[in-house]
Write a protein that binds this ligand. Structure first.
Ligand code: SF4
Ligand code: MSK
Length: 643
């Protein structure tokens, strides 16, 4: 058994200096504050977790049934039931992807429920993008004279897609977004899902003791689950959120810890679903006078992680940071409340909040954290609840210990809010008849060498933001247009890659294109890294690639495109990455997923997948190594496409 990767990882974690932990200077400043105050952070806990179990690291351990836990060792090549290393790795992988898919599908389900309640007049939400509702309804074959009736039918079809258990037909949201050629490919492979919940139930069933023992079949199950993730998770969430809260348009804002204001009531919204945070933004405006009476100059709502991205892209709300900023923002001593919905919420926030006056407020019935105050979001009373939460923050402001306030100055300008719709709007100004023509021409001429999506989380094993930022810089220098979402987008924003001036970092060809598109949009240039929103908004990238492929008359698997989750953490990122591979996109992941214990599964994902899907996974542990591989893939695809 090759133990060198785990040893290397351990040595790196235990030997690194504080300066090697993050490239975010504000985070570094606060990390030092936390150390002085004796506050334990995610980085300390990672060190305490060493040494790690090699069997878990390689994916060759199993605790699915009561005959276990089992592991594959030099003396035992099978678990008690007879499952070998390949089965364990494939089963663990599928279960991870089911976890990620379930998170996204549940997110979409909540938004569909709110749309339904809004349409029935039961919850205080308005349909902000009626045009998008009509477009989607039309494509779904739904008709109604009245907007609310139309919204109701769309919401019910979304819920039906999630709940459908009769195993025939194709999910409506797959037909709505997936290219025809992909649907045919997936059908032939037997991985075309008919419903979301049934695919998750089936996946949990087949991975339980005494079922699927064919690693290839299990990996195909993972592909099937990821397709559910892509459409009943990502696309459905994006579509319904755009209908309810508006489709994003580019807008300037700011990113970094420096967006906190010493004299204001600071409220951070953290998590993923914008159902409550949209209301918090409204309530904060409404209760400005109450904050002033409490001695503040006003109320400053900021965002963390993907809830941050959601309110940034639609409302221009400033973002304070990504996953690895989420603990340390409390150490500024200036955060009066951190309001969380779900996903990517460290339970440790409660412990850290206790050291300050900060109120941690949980709001979802499935996310309760001892030490937090729980104010559950009843969507029917959303306005009332948002006001209650904002008032809690105002109360908390009065409890501040001024001696503890240390807000790092650092913040950067960001142009966020790109969507397929807003991009097409810009392109239509240049080429009204055929909006994608300028992009296609630039790809053909080589001014745009290719496209890269840099997405996903932070992981404390990786220097915070380093891979996100350095990979992007190298790519744009080599004329690759970068699109980013999730915590990656926060990293790029903080690094100044999401402003028009950033075009100067691009190679000559890309620079020309960014200038031309920017001038059509009334800007100096488009940023070289486009902020495409939250994790669920990876759906927008799928749609954009589908449209470009369609315009070229090819499949996504033929496009000069790569994806990367270079600091990934969550099961959701694994689901999204596998969906990208299913779409035909070569996808880089770092750290190395827990699959190395099976040569067969590793080969399937990194080599064989290309033959059947067009996409595959690849590894790269440094920006240079990763970008070299990416450019090679892009150039090979260009050669095939244009020869
Ligand atoms: Fe062990 Fe098999 Fe049970 Fe897993 S399912 S714990 S390998 S006996
Ligand atoms: S928030 S899923 S750590 S990107 Fe979407 Fe960030 Fe990853 Fe959570």
């Amino acid at each position: 058994m090759d133990t060198s990767p785990i040893v290397k990882e351990r040595e790196n974690i235990l030997s690194r200096k504080i300066e090697d932990i993050t490239i975010d200077e504000a985070n570094l400043e606060l990390l030092k504050v936390a150390k002085e105050l004796g506050i334990e952070t995610v980085f300390d806990r990672l060190a305490k977790q060493q040494p790690r179990c090699i069997y878990c690291y390689l994916g060759v351990s199993c605790r699915i049934c009561a005959m276990g836990p089992c592991k594959i060792t030099n003396k035992a090549d099978k678990g008690v039931c007879g499952a070998n290393a390949d089965v364990m790795v494939a089963r663990n992988l599928l279960r991870n992807i089911l976890g990620g898919t379930s998170s996204h599908v549940d997110h979409a389900r909540h938004v569909a429920m709110v749309l339904l309640e809004a349409a029935e007049g039961l919850a205080p939400y308005k349909i902000k993008d009626v045009e998008k509702l009509k477009r989607i309804a039309e494509k779904l074959g739904i008709h109604a004279d009245d907007t609310n009736e139309l919204a109701k039918k769309v919401a019910l079809l979304a819920l039906e897609d999630i709940g459908r258990s009769i195993d025939n037909g194709t999910m409506a949201w797959i037909k709505l977004h997936a290219p025809e050629e992909r649907i045919e490919t997936w059908k032939k492979l037997g991985v075309l899902p008919s419903g979301a919940s049934v695919t998750v139930v089936e996946g949990m069933h087949r991975t339980s003791m005494g079922n699927d023992a064919d690693p290839v079949n299990l990996v195909l199950g993972a592909v099937k689950a990821s397709i559910v993730d892509g459409y009943a998770g990502l696309s459905m969430s994006t579509d319904l959120q755009d209908i309810l809260f508006g489709t994003p348009k580019p807008k300037f804002s700011e990113a970094g810890m420096g967006v906190l204001e010493e004299d204001y009531v600071n409220i951070a919204c953290h998590g993923h679903v914008p159902i409550l945070s949209e209301k918090i933004v409204e309530a904060a405006e409404e209760l400005e006078e109450e904050a002033k009476k409490a001695g503040a100059k006003g109320i400053n709502v900021v965002g963390i992680c993907c809830t941050g991205n959601e309110i940034l892209e639609r409302q221009g709300i400033r973002v304070v940071g990504n996953e690895l900023n989420s603990e340390l923002v409390i150490a500024t001593g200036a955060l009066d409340a951190i309001v969380v919905d779900y996903q990517c919420i460290y339970p440790s926030l409660a412990e850290i909040a206790k050291c300050f006056h900060t109120k941690l407020i949980t709001t979802s019935p499935i996310v309760k954290i001892p030490g937090a105050e729980h104010i559950e979001l009843d969507t029917k009373k959303a306005d009332e609840i948002a006001r209650k939460i904002v008032r809690k923050a105002i109360e908390s402001f009065k409890m501040r210990d001024k001696s503890k306030i240390k807000i790092p100055k650092f913040k950067a300008k960001v142009l966020a809010g790109f969507s397929v719709e807003s991009l097409l709007e810009v392109l239509e100004k240049i080429s009204p008849e055929d909006p994608l023509k300028p992009v296609i021409d630039a790809v053909k001429s080589g001014d745009i060498r290719g496209f890269a999506a840099i997405v996903g989380c932070n992981n404390p094993k990786v220097k915070h933001d380093y891979m996100h930022v350095e990979i992007a810089k190298l790519l744009v220098k080599n004329d690759v247009l970068v699109i980013a979402t999730g915590c990656a987008a926060h990293a790029h924003a903080k690094a100044g890659l999401m402003v028009p001036e950033g075009y100067k970092l691009a190679g000559d060809g890309l620079r020309k294109v960014l200038k031309a598109l920017g001038s059509a949009a009334g800007l100096e240039a488009l940023p070289p890294v486009l902020h495409f929103g939250s994790c669920v908004d990876n759906s927008r990238i799928g749609d954009l690639l589908g449209a470009i492929a369609d315009r070229l008359g090819v499949s996504i698997k033929d496009l000069p495109v790569v994806a990367s989750a270079p600091e990934y953490t969550t099961e959701k990122a694994m689901a999204i990455g596998t969906w990208a591979v299913a779409l035909g996109v070569p996808t880089h992941v770092n750290p190395v997923p827990r699959i190395l214990g099976s040569e067969l599964v590793t080969k399937l994902l990194t080599e064989e997948a290309e033959k059947i899907l067009g996409g595959f996974f690849f590894i790269g542990e440094t920006p240079e190594e990763t970008v070299e591989k990416m450019l090679k893939i892009i150039d090979e695809r260009r050669k095939k496409l244009f020869s």
